[in-house]
Design a protein around this ligand. Structure first.
Ligand code: KMH
Ligand code: ZN
Length: 303
C-alpha cells in the first residue's frame, strides 16, 4: 500500500503585518513569541517562521538581539526547524533585514522574490480604532513599497548561502516565480526549492482557486519536480487556500502573521489553534504531518 503523503506545516507566529491592538493574542514579547512557537510545534508545525517585536509597543524589531531570547528558549524546548525572516517589515532596509539571519544562522530564512506594493490599509476597515499612533501610521500608509530588487535578493543570498542557510522563497505573484528561475539558472540557488506561494495580500496575486492553479501550473512548468510547494493565504483566505492546496499536493503555512482569525469574525486564541485546524485538514484528507526531521530531509536542510 502506498504510504500517505507527509505535509510540512509552517507556522508564522507573529510577523510584521498585524499590530498589537488588532488582537490580544498576537505574540509580542520574547516570552510570548517563544511560547507561541513551542505551542505551534507541539500542535504539529515542523517549521516556525519568526519575526521579533519591540516589547515596549509591539513594533517590528529586526535587531539580532531582539531574536536571541526566544531563539534560545525554542531550541531548548523543541526540535522544530527555525526559519528567520529576511522580510522584516517593508519599511526596513535590506541590510537591516538580513542581520538576524546572518547573526543566528538558522536552517531556513525567508527570501522575498520581488518588489511590490504592500497594502495593509484594507485592514483599517476591520480595525478602525487602532490604539497607537504608530499602528495607524503604519497600517494606513498607502505608499508602502516592499523592496526586493534583483540586487537586494542577490545580497541576501550571498550573505546567507555561505552559512548553510536555505530558503523559503516567498512568491506573491507569477513574476516572482520567474525571478526565482533566473536565480536557479544563474546557479545561485539549488534545488529542492521551498516555494511559499502567497495569496490574497493586497499588492500580490488574489486568492481565487484560479490564482492558485495558475501559480502551481507556472511553478510546475518552471521547476518540474525540483521544488516543494507550500501555500499561505492572507486573512480569511488562510484555511480555504490551505484546504485546496493540501488536496493538490501542497504544504501549508498558517499562523497569526498571515491571519488573526480561526473562523468568520472569530479571533484565533493562539497560533497552535490554527496549526490544529491545518492538522484536521491534512488528516481529514488521509495525509500525515511531516515531523521536523522529515521536513529537514525533504528540504535538504543542514540540521
Ligand atoms: N508576511 C508574509 C505575507 C517575510 O517574513 O519574509 C510574508 C513574509 C515575509 O513572511
Ligand atoms: Zn514573515
Amino acid at each position: 500500500m502506498a504510504k500517505p503523503r507527509k505535509v510540512i506545516v509552517t507556522c508564522a507566529v507573529t510577523g510584521a503585518i498585524h499590530t498589537p491592538s488588532m488582537s490580544p493574542h498576537l505574540p509580542v514579547t520574547a516570552a510570548e513569541i517563544a511560547e507561541a512557537a513551542i505551542g505551534a510545534a507541539e500542535a504539529g508545525a515542523a517549521i516556525v517562521h519568526l519575526h521579533a517585536r519591540d516589547p515596549r509597543d509591539g513594533r517590528p524589531d529586526q535587531t539580532p538581539e531582539a531574536f536571541a531570547p526566544f531563539l534560545g528558549v525554542i531550541k531548548q524546548a523543541s526540535d522544530c526547524v527555525v526559519n528567520i525572516t529576511t522580510g522584516g517589515a517593508p519599511t526596513m532596509t535590506v541590510e537591516e533585514r538580513v542581520r538576524p539571519a546572518e547573526h543566528h544562522r538558522p536552517e531556513v530564512a525567508s527570501l522575498n522574490m520581488g518588489s511590490m506594493n504592500f497594502g495593509l490599509f484594507p485592514m483599517l476597515k476591520r480595525f478602525p480604532d487602532l490604539e497607537h499612533e504608530w499602528e495607524r501610521d503604519y497600517v494606513g500608509n498607502k505608499n508602502i513599497i516592499f523592496n526586493n530588487s534583483f540586487g537586494q535578493i542577490e545580497y541576501i543570498l550571498t550573505t546567507l548561502l555561505p552559512l548553510g542557510t536555505r530558503f523559503e522563497f516567498e512568491c506573491y505573484d507569477t513574476a516572482h516565480l520567474y525571478n526565482l528561475k533566473y536565480f536557479l539558472d544563474a546557479g545561485l540557488v539549488k534545488p529542492p526549492l521551498f516555494i511559499q506561494t502567497v495569496f490574497g495580500l493586497m499588492g500580490g496575486i488574489g486568492a481565487h482557486p484560479d490564482d492558485v492553479m495558475h501559480m502551481k501550473r507556472t511553478a510546475d512548468r518552471l521547476f518540474g519536480d525540483t521544488y516543494i510547494w507550500s501555500v499561505l493565504g492572507a486573512g480569511k483566505n488562510q484555511l480555504p487556500i490551505a484546504a485546496m492546496a493540501a488536496a493538490m499536493g501542497g504544504n501549508l503555512r498558517v499562523g497569526l502573521e498571515d491571519s488573526l482569525w480561526i473562523g468568520p469574525g472569530k479571533l484565533a486564541r493562539s497560533n497552535a489553534e490554527q496549526v490544529a485546524k491545518a492538522r484536521q485538514i491534512v488528516e481529514g484528507l488521509g495525509l500525515q504531518l511531516a515531523t521536523p526531521d522529515e521536513a529537514r530531509e525533504a528540504l535538504a536542510l543542514k540540521g
